[in-house]
Design a protein around this ligand. Structure first.
Ligand code: WQD
Length: 337
């Protein structure tokens, strides 16, 4: 299929572009580069040995979005594009609602106008609110921050669209904690500012860009007191997107929801120690107070995706750390401008 990947220059999007090409699909990327560097495209072309068509514009621009569908032959869309920083969303709610919902409105309208019926939507475990332990897809969704609400609302909007237009084939993919990098070490996670997330922060400590890791609380009701999360290698996550896309080509369901996670929890200190093994030395950290909004434990029940997509995670936490370290040590300052 010829697949439009929105946010395809981003962390998860770029890894999914590689997986799509490897599975024999054609790819077109649209990205506004608000949270990605153009350098990624050259890295993707070097890894695939193919030209990757890229359109650089804001998806909330409905005319540009419709023009893309009018001038290219798109069979399916994988929609990653969106703002995703929880803390920033609390400070700038209108930007988050306008951008995240507006880009989805624009995309789906263009899809309907051009009879494109397959959409894979990047959702998040954050829609489980504070009830993220052993989460199954039938749990009610709610959020504790504007970013999370944009995901809850987009899921609801897409469910309503599927009722109104049962010819649509939509997959809602709820990611847990994506980490890791392509084993080549040439693409990876490159936060534009101080990393909010644990793995890139540890990687920047290891490469000398940050002094030490701050562990946000060790008084949670977990085995070692630190937060437990379901880390999923971005390569496994990309494979899950290809599996979901190919499922849409054969299913009779207008809309399906799948958790993409390992089903296993790893604590902050366990991840830190696994990373130390990858680096071969101890890394400095300091336990500080809890971060507002954090839950103690979050991990998926991935059995629905395992059964219906024939997909499961393959990579270990050690591989997640080794691949992250290879990317970070080969690119100490991330992607060049
Ligand atoms: C993981 C654990 C922290 C940083 C977030 C978003 C979620 C999703 C995935 C988009 C927690 C601890 C972290 C640090 C720390 N994003 N931590 N020191 O919060 O589970 O999920 O990213 O969909 O929406 O909320 O991931 O990596 O920020 O935190 O101790 O410097 O690491 O307390 O226990 P989180 P995270």
């Amino acid at each position: 299929m010829r697949v439009l990947v929105s946010g395809g220059a981003g962390y998860i999007g770029s890894h999914t572009v590689l997986a799509l090409v490897a599975a024999g699909h054609d790819v077109v990327v649209v990205d506004d580069f608000s949270n990605a560097k153009p350098t990624v495209v050259g890295r993707l072309e070097a890894l695939t040995g193919r030209h990757i068509p890229v359109h650089a514009f804001d998806l909330t621009d409905i005319d540009k979005t419709e023009h893309l569908f009018a001038t290219d032959t798109i069979d399916a869309v994988i929609h990653f594009a969106g703002y995703k920083a929880v803390g920033e969303s609390v400070q700038k709610p209108l930007d988050y609602y306008q951008n995240n919902l507006g880009s989805t409105f624009s995309l789906v309208r263009a899809m309907q106008k051009h009879d494109v019926d397959k959409l894979v939507f990047s959702s998040s475990a954050t829609v489980y609110g504070t009830d993220q332990a052993g989460a199954t897809e039938d749990r009610p969704t709610f959020a504790t921050n504007p970013y999370g609400w944009t995901k809850v609302m987009q899921e609801q909007i897409l469910r309503d669209i599927a009722v109104a237009d049962p010819e649509m084939r939509i997959a809602l993919l709820r990611y847990f904690n994506p980490v890791g990098a392509h084993p080549s070490g040439t693409i990876g996670e490159d936060p534009s500012d101080v990393p909010n997330n644990l793995m890139p922060y540890i990687a920047q400590v290891a490469v000398g860009r940050r002094e030490k890791l701050q562990v946000f609380g060790d008084d949670y009701d977990t085995p070692d007191g630190t937060g437990v999360r379901d880390y999923i290698h971005v390569e496994d996550l990309a494979a899950g997107h290809v599996a979901a896309l190919e499922k849409l080509a054969v299913t009779d369901e207008p809309i399906s929801t799948w958790n993409l996670g390992s089903g296993r929890g790893t604590s902050v200190l366990e991840l830190l120690h696994a990373f130390e093994k990858a680096v071969g030395r101890e890394l400095p950290y300091e336990v500080v107070g809890r971060r507002a909004g954090d839950v103690a434990t979050s991990y998926a029940d991935p059995s629905k995706a395992n059964a219906e997509l024939g997909w499961s995670t393959q990579k270990t936490v050690e591989e997640m750390c080794a691949d992250t370290w290879r990317w970070q040590s080969q690119n100490p300052d991330g992607y060049p401008d």
